[in-house]
Design a protein around this ligand. Structure first.
Ligand code: PEP
Ligand code: MG
Length: 885
């Protein structure tokens, strides 16, 4: 028999899949003996069953009612009891936190009778009516589907009529009238009465929370955060406690450490005489948590002690929500808190130093993406001048963009390629698309735990919030600071690390972490933490990390960043610029002599290129790939050339014979699908002189470096092989040239020859190919292209966004390896290649080599190394270490 409801006292943190994160943690706190308002959790199983069938699963209502009875017995009062009502909150809580993306209904149990009872027992009539109007509003919009802005409209009308500046200026009588108006609105909009039965309120609230799993903003958020669509949410039904009962009540959010920097010490925001929602919404400005020590020292001390219990128990940064009801502290939520990349490194290091976690656990808690963020530049504070305004540094980093004032404009401009900064008074979950589109978010209200701050931190967006000097006028599409008016489209710079905003584009400087990788300089504690974690990762990892580098400068930088060799040197990049003419001459050669002359001119240049890279990577392997792209890529564009010639002819002049020759060659070589055409090994087989020249250049560079006392370790790699026969022929040519150079120079040049695996056929016949290959390197860019049949140059803009929206994949397969399809081919090739040649060295050099998720896959698939761009080398080292834990 499936169970759908668990009392808080029955669950625990290991049940997060079933009870959702919030439910599991409420259960954990209950078990730890912390003061949690009692309640129960309806499971994600129930949600999934409801969403699939559209009906409540059998037994759910009975179970909810049984648990409610237990709750009522313990409380000594019934839900909605007329003289002293038990009231409930009904909140969503999925496996992964989705802040503000689903629905919450508070004060369930109030009706025309129990509101009077609440007024009497609380001794606060105004509070009772305010709670009731909140219920009608939340229930009306969330459960009954009334447009939320209609409630706002009624409220605004009333405030205007009363001359009230804020809700707080409305009297109990006003609020009672408001309830009446709200109920009429509900009736008018839905044809239904607001339900007076507390049991019905509860039942419908639970189902509405289930339904909110499929709401638009929840879906957008999940896709952005790669949370699966089929998890469903749990629902937490909990006894209400009230932070809005007067000055001795209030609500707050707290962290056991600073989530921006990781610095130890209690940290958070508090708002007296307020419900939790008011704190998170950022509608009123909060005070720092330390102020609570003065306002209510007893609760503050209790809070400190509970938080220390939680941090020790969870062995991590915890964030909590709490409410104080008439001097009594209640813990409403806890979880392992979200944090910035900087804080993640600092906390992992500190907790390991304190002995609360092991260094490996510390390593598991940081991420390559976080490290990449720390390598971003920051603003040059010595050159930025006066800040336009200051706010709270809510999510670090530096961003420059045009100010925009609503989510739709942010999305529109960013789709057109413009960088934007979303400026709002405060953000709501509806601003999510704009926050995703923007470089940074700037708000004039709200603390570091406001919606804007929490969401921006989660997605790595720069954010400054609560910049009170700013007055945002969304209607007029501008903001003002004193006398400065900033119209929409004006470029501003937002410093999320310092909490500052500048007019114009501020100059950027490298990050200290980047400097550390460049120079080894440990300038501050953060760099020290990063260095320590990197050492741990290097100690743990099995995968080697190499770099894709085509120049000595890139190779040298990659080596400073910790690369253990070059995994891919794309030689065609050496044929660009000035040298293009030489390639052109080779293509246009009318006979052997002309061709040899052209190749002869390229030879010393290539030798020098390879010499430089081998020197920069002395002692480490350098995998040089023979030319890959089709030769017409080095010729001018067909249309341009034809137009040029036609224009000359139209003037009655004779076109340049060189141009006509070129046009002939371009036409001859034209391919409809050049990516599937005469490239890679095919080119080598058809134009052998070219490969011989490249191999000679490599071999002579090796000879030169050896004579100079170096330890060159070149490897020759053949691209786009689909059949062992291709490789056999190409390899014979390679060996022939190597033997020639060895003989001429007297220096034996014996270089490993391997191949890229970047066609499905290569993967499927890897056992045969390994007969001729001393190493494999997966070219996952081409392998993804040819496995899916997606043109890597065209698809991204065309239809990937539709595919992402429809959930066909969560990330572009060109970014993160498609494990099921491309990954399967990788595994087949690894197995079959090693079956033929047990010591076969295997790596990857497609873009996936620097993608954290993919690195974990390559580790599991048994590769020897990943190769990625120099700047991703630290990320790959870190992730390779994490993969090995
Ligand atoms: C690949 O295809 O993954 C690869 C590394 O080669 P290129 O990107 O140069 O085609
Ligand atoms: Mg390729």
């Amino acid at each position: 028999m499936v169970r759908y409801v668990y009392d808080f006292a029955e669950g625990g943190r290991d049940l997060a899949g079933l009870l959702g994160g919030k439910g599991a943690n409420l259960a954990e706190m209950t078990r730890l003996g912390l003061p949690v308002p009692p309640g129960f959790t309806v499971t994600t199983d129930a949600c999934r069953a409801f969403l699939t069938t559209g009906a409540e699963p059998d037994g759910l209502i009975r179970e909810v009612s049984d648990h409610l009875t237990t709750l009522e017995e313990a409380a000594g009062r019934r839900l909605g009891q007329p003289d002293d009502p038990l009231l409930l909150s009904v909140r969503s809580g999925a496996r992964f936190s989705m802040p503000g993306m689903m629905e919450t209904i508070l004060d369930v149990g109030l009706n025309d009778e129990s509101v009077l009872g609440l007024a009497k027992v609380s001794g606060n009539e105004r509070f009772a009516w305010d709670s009731y109007r909140r219920l009608v509003q939340m229930f009306g919009s969330t459960v009954m589907g009334v447009d939320g802005s209609l409630f706002e409209g009624v409220l605004d009308d009333l405030k205007r009529a009363r001359g009230a500046a804020s809700d707080l200026d409305l009297t109990a009588e006003d609020l009672a009238g408001l309830v009446e108006a709200y109920r009429n609105l509900v009736r008018q909009e839905t044809g239904e009465y607001f339900p007076q039965s507390p049991a019905e309120q509860l039942r419908r609230a639970v189902l509405a929370v289930f339904e909110s799993w499929n709401g638009e903003r929840a879906r957008i958020y999940r896709h952005r955060e790669h949370i699966p669509d089929d998890l469903g949410t749990a629902v937490n039904v909990q006894t209400m406690v009230f932070g809005n009962l007067g000055a001795d009540s209030g609500s707050g959010v707290a962290f056991t450490r600073d989530p921006s920097t990781g610095r130890p010490g209690l940290y958070g925001d508090y708002l007296a005489n307020a419900q939790g929602e008011d704190v998170v919404a950022g509608i009123r400005n909060t005070v720092p948590l330390t102020a609570l020590a003065e306002l209510d020292p007893v609760s503050y001390e209790q809070l400190r002690s509970h938080m220390s219990t939680l941090e020790t128990h969870y062995r991590d940064l915890c964030d909590i929500e709490f409410t104080i009801e008439r001097g009594r502290l209640w813990m409403l939520q806890t979880r392992v808190g979200k944090r910035t990349a900087e804080a993640a490194f600092a906390i992992a290091t500190e907790l390991a130093d304190e002995g609360l976690i092991t260094p490996d656990e510390g390593l598991a808690r940081v991420s390559g993406e976080g490290l990449a963020r720390l390598m971003f530049p920051r603003f040059d504070t010595s050159a930025v001048g006066e800040a336009l305004a200051h706010g709270l540094p809510a999510s670090p980093g530096a961003a420059v963009g045009a100010a925009v004032f609503d989510s739709a404009e942010a999305v529109r401009r960013s789709a057109a390629g413009e960088k934007v900064v979303l400026v709002r008074q405060e953000t709501t979950p509806d601003d999510l698309p704009g926050m995703i589109a923007a470089q940074a978010v700037l708000t004039s209200r709200g603390g570091k735990t406001s919606h804007a701050a929490v969401v921006a931190r989660g997605m790595g967006r720069v954010c400054v919030c609560g910049a009170e000097e700013i007055t945002v006028d969304t209607g007029a599409r501008r903001f003002t600071v004193g006398t400065t008016v900033v119209e929409e489209g004006t470029v501003v710079s937002v410093d999320g690390s310092e909490g500052a905003v500048y007019l114009g584009a501020a100059p950027l400087v490298d990050s200290a972490v980047m400097r550390y990788f460049e120079t080894g300089e440990r300038s501050d504690a953060l760099v020290g933490a990063v260095a320590g974690v990197m050492e741990r990762a290097d100690g743990a990892r099995r995968l080697e990390v190499r770099a894709n580098a085509d120049t000595p400068e890139d190779a040298a930088r990659a080596r400073r960043f910790g690369a253990q060799g070059v995994g891919l040197c794309r030689t065609e990049h050496m044929f660009l610029g000035e040298r293009r003419k030489l390639v052109e001459a080779m293509i246009l050669a009318r006979d052997e002599t002309e061709r040899e002359r052209a190749l002869g001119a390229l030879l010393p240049l290539q030798r020098q290129d390879f010499g430089g890279i081998l020197e920069a990577m002395d002692g480490l392997p350098v995998t040089i790939r023979l030319i890959d792209p089709p030769l017409h890529e080095f010729l001018p564009d067909h249309t341009e050339l034809a137009v040029r010639i036609a224009a000359v002819e139209a003037r009655g002049e004779r076109p340049d014979p060189h141009d006509t020759d070129l046009l002939g060659a371009v036409s001859r070589m034209h391919e409809e699908n050049p990516m599937l055409g005469l490239r890679g090994v095919r080119l080598g087989l058809v134009v052998p002189g070219l490969v011989a020249m490249q191999v000679r250049a490599i071999a002579e560079a090796v000879v030169e470096r050896t004579r100079a006392g170096g330890r060159p370790k070149a490897e020759i790699m053949v691209p786009l092989v689909g059949a062992v026969e291709e490789l056999r022929i190409e390899r014979a040519e390679v060996e022939r040239v190597l033997a020639e150079v060895s003989q001429e120079s007297g220096v034996p040049v014996r270089l490993p020859v391997g191949t890229m695996i970047e066609l499905p056929r290569a993967a499927l016949t890897a056992g045969r190919i390994a007969e001729e290959a001393e190493f494999f390197s997966f070219g996952t860019n081409d392998l993804t292209q040819t496995t899916w049949g997606f043109s890597r140059d065209d698809v991204e803009a065309e239809f990937f966004s539709a595919y992402l929206d429809k959930g066909i994949f969560a990330t572009s397969p060109f970014e993160s390896l498609d494990r099921d399809g491309v990954g399967r081919l990788v595994r087949i090739a690894v197995d079959e290649g090693r079956a033929t040649r047990p010591d076969l060295k295997i790596g990857v050099c497609g873009e996936h080599g620097g993608d954290p998720e993919s690195v974990h896959f390559f580790h599991a698939a048994g590769l020897d190394y990943v190769s990625c761009s120099p700047f991703r080398v630290p990320v790959a080292r870190l992730e390779a270490g994490r993969a090995a834990l």
